[in-house]
Design a protein around this ligand. Sequence first.
Ligand code: HEC
Length: 152
Amino acid sequence: MLWKHTSSRQPSVKTMPAMRVSLGLSALAVLSLMATTASSEPLNQLEQRGLELSKLHCARCHIVSEKDRFTGTSASPSFKIMIVALKDWDDRFDSFMARNPHPAHIRLEDDEPRPEHLPSTIHEVILSQDDIEAIISYVDRMAADLGHPRSE
Ligand code: HEC
């Protein structure tokens, strides 16, 4: 194979910093495989409901629990890695509905339906305020267990 002979193509020390800068949120998805597990008390009812909802509505793209590490897409960081790696994880989760790519397929149940000529291009998810509260409660619990509690 040709590439074996073109060792000059390998990243040199000089190009490395540039590559590091280009790592976005999606690269965090890969790092999540390297994170460690914390053991803890069983989830309370609201947290458990949040876990179920996360599995149902978020696991299509994100790894939402250490027990289900094989869900998600490589473009989406796991919940855990966002908590561990992002200082403002709480702000981001609190506003995930408004953050891309979510508005393209998730909406609040009280929102107007999408206009017929602008449908969601992937399976649409409709959440209630209670659903969101449960999901956030699950994420808060996960963060507390990971030693990264929400900043109040
Ligand atoms: C269709 C795929 C998909 C689904 C379903 C999905 N997400 Fe995401 N989400 C993504 C992608 C892709 C990103 C990374 C966006 C980026 O790189 O900026 C992301 C990013 C996020 C972020 C970080 C946002 C930011 O701007 O920092 C949060 C928080 C999040 N998702 C929460 C959720 C929650 C909670 C659910 C379930 C209710 C969910 N996501 C469902 C694809 C999805």
